[in-house]
Design a binder for this molecule. Structure first.
Ligand code: SF4
Length: 459
């Protein structure tokens, strides 16, 4: 099997030279950049709002065990069943068990990155259960047999013409349909799926500890239908999504809307507190909440990277990242791409195979600057690099090169050894990997030391 890191490099090289891809991404990120400042206007003091959000998440994550138990106790009282899953396999087996119990053949699913993380659709398909994505972007991706490209806008890399062509190929529609007409086609198909589905699966944007509730944010109403129409509702969520109190939503909802899509508030915000209660006519008869670890406690156990669990999956860091914009979401080959994906994936999966993502950064710090909850993303990327080196993830040649570099940098006399030509040869021979995709490194004609001496003498 090809190494994950070489596959990443290969895909990156190809994608970054794809002008059509760049045009579409620049167009869509340009539209995002145009609306976000409008959303930000609603905050009297945006910086304070972000600081406060970070503080709330800090509090939630530092007391994660207690917050989750509080949530479990409250929602269980109203009849929901909480399932703790340590791994992706455990979560999938639990879902399959419920499906068997309910004689389920068909599922409607709203957008959820956790289900991408555990490859739920493929698993259900193997077990002969149809699982239909109901978010329009996710539906487009499913129709095309592709995973989501972006954590907020799954089909960001497709133009409206691409979507019309896809619908024409897969559904036999007129290739000249407008986006509105395409939406109506999808709506008609999906409505019919809702009437047949025995189970609805959603994610959770927030787990509200004190209220024992799940908060779901969306723009299409499909998540609301997915959790309310079928007789059984399954929520699957990462344990880090917790916030302590219902009142915290007053801050997190507008923050997520603004940083996610530039809206002041997302169109549908739903708080789900359990299955249908006695005397209620709407809602599912059964509700299950699967709380997934799947490597999150690795991040929790690490005092430095713990901060990445504050993420509210707004996607702003992806849109701001020069690397993401050039290589695109699929190149990462993980559910979580961009800066946050590069920070958490090596911990969720394993450092040895995924450390390369932490090197896929110019460390410009733009991700940290735009993060809705002020996660120090670029520092965490450096931390991952550090950890990987500590764990022996660097090559002998690299370690030797840096050792020599350090020696030379610490001694003026060593730095002055050899002329410019020799120095050029040494660095370009030692750091061969650097040259594969870049021009050679060149020392300036005169060193700083020489220029200083010329100007000031030996002072
Ligand atoms: S790391 Fe920050 S900017 Fe990136 S998705 Fe998470 S909250 Fe948004």
């Amino acid at each position: 099997m090809k190494e994950i890191s070489s596959d990443f490099i290969e895909k990156s090289v190809e994608k970054s030279a794809d002008r059509d891809h760049r045009k579409k991404i620049n167009f869509n990120i340009g539209r995002y950049n145009a609306v976000v400042p409008g959303g930000k206007q609603q905050f009297e003091n945006l910086n304070l709002a972000r600081e406060k959000a970070k503080n709330i998440k800090w509090k939630a994550i530092e007391s994660l065990d207690k917050q989750l138990e509080r949530f479990e106790a409250a929602i269980s009282k109203r009849g929901a069943k909480v399932i703790w899953a340590e791994t992706a396999e455990e979560a999938k087996e639990e879902i399959l068990r419920i499906c068997k119990e309910k004689n389920c053949r068909s599922i409607v699913k709203s957008k959820s990155m956790v289900t991408e993380e555990i490859h739920l659709n493929e698993f259900l398909e193997k077990n002969n259960i149809e699982s239909v994505e109901t978010d329009l972007g996710e539906y487009i991706q499913q129709l095309d047999g592709e995973p989501p490209y972006h954590i907020v806008t799954p089909a960001m890399h497709k133009s409206k013409e691409d979507v019309a062509k896809l619908f024409a190929n897969k559904l036999g529609t007129d290739p000249a349909l407008t986006p509105e007409q395409l939406t109506l086609v999808a709506r008609q198909i999906l409505r019919e799926k809702y009437t047949r589905a025995e189970i609805g699966i959603t994610g959770a944007n927030f787990i509200v500890a004190d209220a024992g509730a799940i908060a779901v944010t969306e723009n299409e109403g499909n998540a609301r239908l997915s959790c309310a129409w079928p007789k059984t509702h399954i929520v699957i969520t990462g344990i880090e999504k917790v916030i302590p109190s219902l009142t915290d939503l007053a801050l997190f909802w507008p923050l997520l809307a603004t940083y996610g899509t530039g809206q002041k508030i997302t169109v549908y915000n739903t708080i789900i507190t359990g299955p249908k209660g006695r005397g209620e006519v709407d809602g599912p008869e059964d509700m299950y909440v699967i709380l997934l670890d799947n490597g999150r406690t690795n991040l929790l156990a690490n005092e430095k990277t713990r901060e990445s669990l504050y993420c509210i999956r707004c996607g702003a860091c992806l849109n701001a990242c020069p690397v993401y914009k050039n290589i695109g979401g699929h190149t990462y080959s993980t559910a979580y791409s961009g800066p946050i994906g590069s920070v958490i994936t090596p911990h969720l999966k394993n450092m040895k195979e995924w450390k390369h993502l932490s090197y896929a950064s110019s460390l410009c710090g733009n991700c940290t600057e735009v993060c809705a909850v002020k996660i120090n993303l670029h520092e965490l990327l450096l931390e991952n690099r550090h950890e990987s080196v500590e764990e022996g993830g660097s090559s002998f040649a690299e370690r030797t090169a840096w050792k020599l570099w350090k020696q030379a940098m610490l001694k003026r006399s060593l730095m002055n050894i050899g002329n410019r030509k020799i120095k050029n040869w040494v660095v370009n021979t030692l750091l061969k990997g650097w040259k594969e995709h870049r021009s050679e490194m060149e020392f300036p004609k005169k060193s700083f030391n020489q220029m200083w001496q010329e100007k000031y003498g030996n002072r």
